[in-house]
Design a protein around this ligand. Structure first.
Ligand SMILES: NC(=O)c1ccc[n+]([C@@H]2O[C@H](COP(=O)([O-])OP(=O)(O)OC[C@H]3O[C@@H](n4cnc5c(N)ncnc54)[C@H](O)[C@@H]3O)[C@@H](O)[C@H]2O)c1
Length: 420
């Protein structure tokens, strides 16, 4: 597959824009751009915890927006999300809620219905297994996109996102991704200093996301396999991508950002060391260790895990150079909440009041970086970027239905082929 590996803002225009004195990031501009124009119409697709949070953050940072449509596979999630937004303590958020019953869509086809409305921006807050299809459909319907990460769970999904991001660029559509460190002032300033030579030539990086056990639900006997997988989503790798893809993607994204590139190969190990092998903990590994190599010979050491206390946790990125070392957020100043800033940047991009953002390829590359680490750990084999990018691995069933049975597990055994 060939594609343009630069995202429109982060790798090329950012430097130009910054040099020209544009306040790309940093001060909240509360969507000055949108003032005097009709309010932008926003739809929320995937009304769970983060989707609801993203809608609140978008309304908090931008005062000329209306949330006009919502969609979720489950009605209870949509209703509790709507309640949270319309009863929010921030008046601007409450006033931004303008969703009529006719614009609430439920079920597996709800994404099509919300994209058929006249929304300008869609917030994609659903789950990794389906996100690439939602992004593709949103671009086809000419919507600007805020998408949560990761954007796919397999290489087939990654290629779908890359193609959609390229199409978005042709259509002038903006895409901002929930890899929010890219909009966090401490990171932006530190990584600019690293790029400007503050620690010399980069020799190596280390990136970690070592946390505890995520949520896990027992199955309600009324739930079909699919309903169980979607409600207990983190624990099935065809839905979440496993912890390296779901969480550690943030830190791998920072590594790619510092390196201004993606890795050329990975060699990884992983396994399930302590997590009980019972249904609610699904089929994930609980630890991954990866050695990524980049074109210039630099290696990135990565760890991610779900281990119980008293094991130590840590979320961290550090670059080591010929003249020193620095955490990737250590040489910057604190800005506003990056979860709000990312929406200010998106809205300014949509309105033409700030630089154009299309982070689609960038977040697809960071997601593939995580996926290739998982593929290497599951198979026990070293893997190149091109092998991962061009792999036919597709984990998500084409025929999703609440009436069908799906295999739940087993936990992958290193050396066995990855299940499709
Ligand atoms: N950027 C961050 O820091 C950050 C933080 C937390 C979560 N996230 C990401 O946000 C996403 C959602 O996580 P969450 O914790 O909100 O989960 P959640 O379960 O609370 O929300 C997901 C929602 O998507 C819905 N959904 C599932 N399949 C759907 C479909 N086909 N169509 C429409 N809706 C569908 C679910 O019913 C649910 O309401 C995940 O990808 C996660 O990685 C990002």
């Amino acid at each position: 597959m060939s594609y343009e590996s630069e995202s429109a803002i982060t790798r090329r225009d950012f430097a130009k824009a910054a040099a020209a004195g544009l306040a790309v990031l940093g001060a909240a501009r509360s969507s000055q751009a949108a003032k005097g124009k009709r309010p932008l119409k926003v739809g929320l697709l995937g009304c769970g915890n983060r989707g609801t949070g993203a809608a609140i953050d978008m309304l908090t940072g931008n005062d000329n927006l209306k949330l006009v449509a919502m969609a979720d596979v489950f009605e209870d999630r949509l209703k509790s999300s709507a309640d949270k937004i319309k009863n929010h303590s921030n008046e601007q958020v409450r006033n931004g809620f303008a969703v009529k019953n006719s614009h609430c869509f439920v079920g597996l086809k709800a994404y099509k219905e919300i994209l058929d409305t006249n929304i300008d921006i869609v917030i994609e807050g659903s789950l990794p297994y389906i996100r690439s299809k939602h992004i593709e459909a949103a671009v086809n319907k000419k919507k600007h996109i805020f998408t949560e990460k990761p954007v796919a769970v397999d290489p087939v999904g990654i290629r779908r996102v890359i193609a959609a991001a390229q199409k978005a660029k042709e259509k002038g559509l903006s895409i901002v991704a929930g890899t929010q460190r890219r909009h966090q002032q401490e990171y932006v300033e530190t990584i600019k200093k690293i790029h400007d030579g503050a620690i010399g030539e980069i020799l190596a990086l280390r990136v970690y996301w070592c946390g505890g056990l995520p949520f896990a639900f027992d199955r309600d006997p009324k739930w079909s396999d699919l309903e169980y997988c979607l409600r207990n989503w983190y624990n099935y790798y065809w839905v979440s991508g496993d912890n390296i893809v779901e969480q550690h993607v943030h830190n791998l994204d920072v590594a790619n950002w510092v390196m201004n590139d993606h890795p050329i190969n990975v060699f990884a190990s992983g396994g399930r060391t302590w997590k009980p092998r019972i249904e609610k903990y699904g089929d994930l590994y609980d630890n991954f260790s990866c050695d990524y190599e980049y074109k210039n010979g630099v290696h990135v050491t990565s760890f991610s895990r779900h281990w119980h206390k008293p094991c130590e946790g840590g979320v961290f990125e550090e670059a080591v150079g010929t003249k020193g070392r620095s955490a990737c957020n250590d040489m910057g100043t604190k800005g506003i909440n990056p979860y709000v800033q990312e929406h200010i940047d998106l809205v300014n991009s949509v309105c033409g009041a700030g630089p154009y953002y299309n982070e689609g390829v960038q977040v697809a590359e960071s997601t593939l970086t995580a996926i290739m680490g998982r593929m290497s750990a599951y198979t026990g084999k070293k893997l190149t970027w091109d092998e991962a990018l061009n792999s036919d691995l597709s984990l998500v069933p084409d025929d999703l239905s609440f009436d069908k049975s799906y295999p739940l597990g087993p936990v992958p055994s290193p050396g066995a082929p990855e299940k499709a």
